[in-house]
Design a protein around this ligand. Structure first.
Ligand SMILES: NC(=O)c1ccc[n+]([C@@H]2O[C@H](COP(=O)([O-])OP(=O)(O)OC[C@H]3O[C@@H](n4cnc5c(N)ncnc54)[C@H](OP(=O)(O)O)[C@@H]3O)[C@@H](O)[C@H]2O)c1
Length: 321
């Protein structure tokens, strides 16, 4: 079948590891279902996979794509939940030490067909297109959990999102605005800050700017480049929720500030199936839809991955079939 995959890891030149070609038809184990993929989105995780980060060398070749939307053999339209846990695990599957995300052990969604456990094919609301639904399983689920499960923010409080144009950042801005937060955003260019404003940000700033006042929570996916600013921007007792470190993690932890101001640092990764169902309902009922910066046919995946690598994002990059 048609597939976009990482042949073998390449740490220095991730796109050199990319192949747009053919992979064998997948087998469908008992309790798993084949999903005919209609759309899937590009995530930073795909670049990590091409680099060989977070994946064992013996797992290559690996089809990329850790989210998507498609159709079951009986015609049911579904959204893929990417967190695949031990079937006997009870409770929050993101805490299962044996859980993997699609493309870490099991083949991903940049293909004609992806095979997932039946519980990981979640009914797609009719109000969301395949392209929109394809954004939900990774970036949007991560943003939903950061904001609604981990941050402890109440409507009316102030949140700072580090980064304006990324998949997780744009989701945080849209979800925060819809939920009644005061949304502040840093962005690396005027164009990116304008995008955040169009999506609902109340105020935007250049990275590292001293803010008009300190905020209740900061949402981090950037890491080294913004961490110090995040810690300095928090009110006493404030919370930083972090789900990524795109620019690296070699930075001062700001420990004195952390204990003296009694800050909370909260890690967050993906979300549960139940949270994905709630996110889909939230979007359907609120009218919130993901900001899609580019929609490309799947055989142009390299273009989408290159744009992400070079920071040329304006929301989600979606690949369609
Ligand atoms: N833990 C999880 O479950 C999970 C899930 C999804 C993503 N993540 C992580 O979250 C991060 C973002 O993922 P994504 O898919 O949203 O990526 P993306 O779409 O490429 O977005 C990258 C974001 O980083 C911002 N950024 C600011 N300063 C940067 C710098 N110096 N270098 C690079 N980027 C900078 C960009 O802001 P501008 O708009 O200002 O350019 C942009 O908002 C990645 O590290 C990813 O691995 C984690």
């Amino acid at each position: 079948m048609f597939a976009v995959y990482a042949a073998e890891p390449n740490r220095e030149d991730p796109l050199a590891a990319l192949v747009v070609g053919e992979r064998p038809e997948p087998e469908v184990p008992d309790g798993w279902v084949p999903v005919s993929v209609r759309a899937a989105s590009v995530n930073m995780h795909d670049l990590w996979t091409l680099r060989g980060v977070g994946i064992k060398p013996e797992q290559f070749p690996m089809i990329l794509g850790c989210d998507g939307a498609g159709v079951l053999p009986d015609g049911t339209e579904v959204v893929i939940h990417s967190v695949i846990g031990d079937p006997n695990w009870v409770g929050d599957e993101t805490l299962d030490p044996r859980r993997t995300l699609l493309t870490e052990k099991h083949q991903g969604t940049f293909a004609e067909t992806v095979v997932v456990p039946a519980r990981n094919a979640v009914p797609k609301p009719a109000g969301l297109s395949f392209t929109e639904a394809a954004c939900m399983g990774t970036a949007w689920l991560t943003a939903y959990r950061m904001l609604f499960v981990k941050s402890g923010l109440r409507p009316g409080q102030t949140m700072l999102v580090q980064g304006a144009s990324g998949g997780v950042s744009t989701a945080l801005v849209e979800l925060g605005r819809a939920a009644g937060m005061r949304v502040w955003v840093t962005g690396r260019s005027e164009e990116k800050r304008k995008l955040a404003e169009r999506l609902g940000a109340h105020e935007t700033f250049e990275p590292g700017t001293r803010l008009p006042e300190r905020v209740d929570a900061v949402f981090e996916t950037v890491g080294k480049a913004t961490w110090s600013h995040s810690m300095k921007s928090l009110k006493p007792g404030g919370t930083v929720v972090i789900s990524g470190a795109t620019s690296g993690d070699a930075t001062a932890a700001e420990l004195q500030r952390l204990f003296f101001l009694q800050l909370r640092v909260v890690g967050s990764t993906m979300g549960t199936r139940d949270e994905l169902v709630d996110l889909l309902r939230f979007c359907e009922q609120s009218g919130v839809r993901p900001q899609i910066g580019a929609e490309l046919p799947m055989d142009r995946a390299e273009e989408g991955l290159r744009n992400m690598l070079e920071g040329e994002t304006a929301g989600k990059i979606v690949l369609t079939r």
